[in-house]
Design a protein around this ligand. Structure first.
Ligand code: UD1
Length: 422
């Protein structure tokens, strides 16, 4: 297993290209199941989660071809040969549940393994199932699998989510495109990845209104056609790399970045003493003075502060002037990076969903362990600013969501390398 070795070495300078969004790509790929015609995605990120979704779609009989070094994914679901998403693949990645809605809508049946536990909390899929039931599906849970049927096809209906779920909104949106009649989704997620999905589905001929607001209306159509669609910029990768110059000093331009993707995050950076300027090519980030100021952060559904940037923000606040309070409102048990940061000299107290971070002058390099995707990159960010060497192990978490992390950070002057574990 590989490790990443980071040595703190001062200000960063230069540009970092931001890839297409993992989370958008993971919902755009299953959209291929909705049509007999080809769907091609451009600006796709090169990540292990994308390879897992590729395997899952191939196991259903879809043709999935990776072109231009993985940046283009050409898919065809002309001949779907199976309607079962097996545990072997689903257990690797929760987003596998996103094949359920499209398969059910196109084939009238789908069998999908339940994803099971996850390191950042229980993460059930009840909202996905309830939403599809509202469209007339029948669900039967047997031996760890959801057996979903809609013999006469799905029918439009009203879906009212008790709280916001990105994945359940995506499943419902995709399924409703082929349901008979009108579907209204209330309390829908408003994330940019939902908007991107709706834009792509509309290119395929779907009739959708209201994406990006909390009410989405879908008029079902008989069939969808093929399309080509560029994946939206990854706002989480963007926010992560924006934190690099915030933590180390210097000035970095994140190519492809847009303020509207990271508005709440930029407000917190500004409060902490970091300037963000929109340029023609992206977002330029620079720390205003020497010290970072403490800020309080609460994670919320979009347009609030994203839970997927909480761990990285904590890395910044470890050396801030004063006490910061971080409240995690989306997932229970999402502070597993805190004890690792403490091993680097940070002062963090966690009580339930609240972490109190008391800024220290400097962090010190240490061997640390990545526990999940965002936690792993927060340890790399902390290592960039720490005195001495930080060795991050279990980097397979990182490969799920960050392409070429070593190349991107060393390109702006960071001392970082990937080494083989003996
Ligand atoms: C997506 C993102 C993930 C991000 C999260 C929140 C993808 C592939 N992943 O995950 O990176 O952290 O949004 O922005 O896009 N819940 C239920 N029942 C359900 C579904 C969700 O109780 O049926 C709960 C979850 O446990 C969680 C909350 O709802 O506490 C929000 O989860 P959700 O928005 O569904 O996250 P994902 O779509 O899984």
């Amino acid at each position: 297993m590989d490790k990443i070795v980071v040595t703190g070495n001062g200000p960063l300078q230069g540009t970092i290209p931001i890839a297409g969004a993992k989370n958008a790509c993971l919902t755009l790929m299953p959209a291929t199941l909705l049509s007999e015609e080809p769907l091609t995605l451009t600006n796709a990120p090169r990540l292990s989660d994308i390879r897992t979704m590729t395997q899952l779609l191939q196991s259903l009989g879809c043709e999935v071809t990776s072109l231009q070094d993985g940046q283009v994914i050409a898919m065809s679901s002309h001949d779907i040969t199976s309607h079962t998403a097996h545990y072997d693949i689903v257990r690797k990645m929760r987003a596998s549940i996103l094949v359920l809605g499209p398969m059910l809508a196109r084939l009238g049946q789908a069998v999908v393994s339940l994803p099971g536990g996850c390191a950042i909390g229980a993460r059930p899929v009840d909202l996905h199932l309830r939403a599809l039931e509202a469209l007339g599906a029948e669900m039967d849970l047997r031996e760890g699998y959801v057996h979903a049927t809609a013999p006469g096809g799905l029918k439009g209906g009203v879906i009212e989510f008790p709280f916001v779920s990105v994945g359940a909104t995506e499943n419902a949106l995709m399924a409703a495109t082929l349901a008979k009649g009108t579907t209204v989704i209330r309390n829908a997620a408003r994330e940019p990845e939902i908007v991107d999905l709706a834009v792509c589905l509309r290119k395929m001929g779907a009739r959708i209104e209201g994406e990006g607001t909390s009410t989405i209306t879908i008029e079902g159509v008989d069939r969808l056609q093929g399309a080509t669609h560029p994946v939206v910029t990854d706002r989480i990768e963007l926010g992560t790399y924006m934190l690099a110059p915030a933590i180390c000093g210097g000035e970095v331009e994140c190519l492809g970045g847009r303020i509207d993707l990271v508005g709440a995050f930029c407000e917190k950076l500004h409060e902490a003493g970091v300037d963000v300027v929109e340029t023609e090519r992206g977002l330029k980030v620079r720390r205003r003075g020497d010290a970072i100021r403490a800020v309080d952060v609460t994670t919320e559904p979009f347009p609030g502060f994203p839970t997927d940037l909480q761990a990285q923000m904590m890395a910044l606040l470890c050396t801030a002037d004063g006490v910061s309070v971080l409240e995690e409102k989306i997932f229970e048990n999402r502070f597993m990076h805190a004890p690792e940061l403490v091993r680097m000299g940070a002062r963090i107290d966690v009580h339930g969903g609240t972490a109190t971070v008391t800024g220290v002058k400097t962090l010190k390099g240490a061997p640390v362990m990545a526990t999940d995707l965002r936690a792993s990159v927060s340890l790399i960010l902390a290592g960039l600013a720490a005195e001495g060497e930080t060795v991050v192990s279990r980097v397979y978490h990182l490969d799920r969501g960050y392409e070429h992390v070593v190349r991107k950070l060393s390109g702006v002057g960071a001392k970082i390398e990937r080494v083989r574990d003996e």
